[in-house]
Design a protein around this ligand. Structure first.
Ligand SMILES: [Zn+2]
Length: 294
């Protein structure tokens, strides 16, 4: 993740320049200096709102990364533990940016402790570590429900949803599923990675197991073939992935992404082509990085 992206800088510069030119041309044409002052005020508000996020992120990464957070990450994240120093520093900066810029809240004003927030942010940072120019596809923050489940009417303690990637809505997670995800970092179950994989998939408006919005046209067809082969096996319960992967292609992508980050050596051994496709997409050789935890 970046504090400010090059494309944003270009847009801000162009719009600021246009506002300034309008102010100057208007003041000369109308022979009215007040018009220039008015446009200068417009410029000020434009820059204030455009750069607000930039300054917020800058402040977050300038702060010292607490040692207690490092301890939490070292215990619960196999990837963080095994990253080289520059990538570890980037991981920490991503955590600071996520915590400053994305809302992670409980329902009905329930307080979420900082450890839980760090663990959520850690899974997001895990998926982005190989792609420093990516933003997570989180549109409306993350909401944490108490207990282990909720139902389709979003009633906590009922139904069997452990998490949900609501289309264009917030990512919903249960405390129980989060606890399970972080207790065993190498069992192939991580509710945050699972739901975020759904958001990557849905960025193009379709849940079909292919994160098309971040793939070139050529790569999309390769994905289709690759996903379809292993998904057929999962559908017939012959895959190395857990049975839930056979539900449909979207769940397949979410489940295999969890395994790619939690037990990548298994994905690499059972289906090297699938592993390489995910490695290429996330730009991270997870089997190489976290092999020590095998
Ligand atoms: Zn799912």
């Amino acid at each position: 993740m970046q504090v400010i992206y090059k494309i944003d800088k270009i847009f801000i510069f162009i719009f600021s320049f246009i506002i300034l030119i309008i102010g100057l041309v208007g003041a000369i044409s109308f022979r009215n200096f007040l018009f220039f002052l008015f446009m200068a005020m417009v410029e000020f508000f434009y820059l204030f709102f455009s750069l607000k996020r930039y300054f917020r992120r800058l402040k977050a990464i300038k702060a010292e990364f607490p040692e207690a957070w490092r301890t939490i990450l070292s215990i619960h994240s196999s990837l963080y533990r095994n990253l080289c120093e520059p990538n570890k520093t980037r991981f920490e900066k991503d955590i600071q940016i996520i915590l400053s810029d994305y809302s992670i809240e409980g329902i009905k004003g329930r307080r979420i402790n900082i450890e839980t927030k760090i663990l959520v942010a850690s899974s997001v940072a895990t998926m982005l570590n190989g792609r420093p120019y990516w933003e997570p596809p989180i549109l409306d923050g993350i909401v944490i429900y108490p207990g282990h489940s909720f139902n389709r009417h979003f009633q906590p303690g009922k139904g069997n949803y452990a998490g949900l990637a609501s289309y264009r809505g917030p990512m919903i997670l249960t405390e129980g599923a989060l606890e399970e995800s972080t207790k065993h970092p190498n069992d192939g179950f991580n509710v945050v990675i699972h739901e975020l994989a759904h958001y990557f998939d849905m960025e193009d408006g379709k849940a079909e197991g292919i994160p098309s919005a971040r793939l070139s046209f050529k790569k999309i067809s390769k994905w289709k073939k690759m996903i379809s082969k292993e998904w057929q096996r999962a559908f017939q319960q012959r895959s190395f992935l857990r049975d839930y992967a056979g539900t449909n292609e979207a769940e397949f992508f979410a489940v295999v992404t969890e395994s790619f980050f939690e037990k990548p050596w298994e994905v690499k051994q059972k289906n090297p082509e699938l592993y390489d496709t995910l490695k290429d997409f996330f730009n991270l050789d997870t089997a190489h990085i976290i092999k020590e935890t095998r």
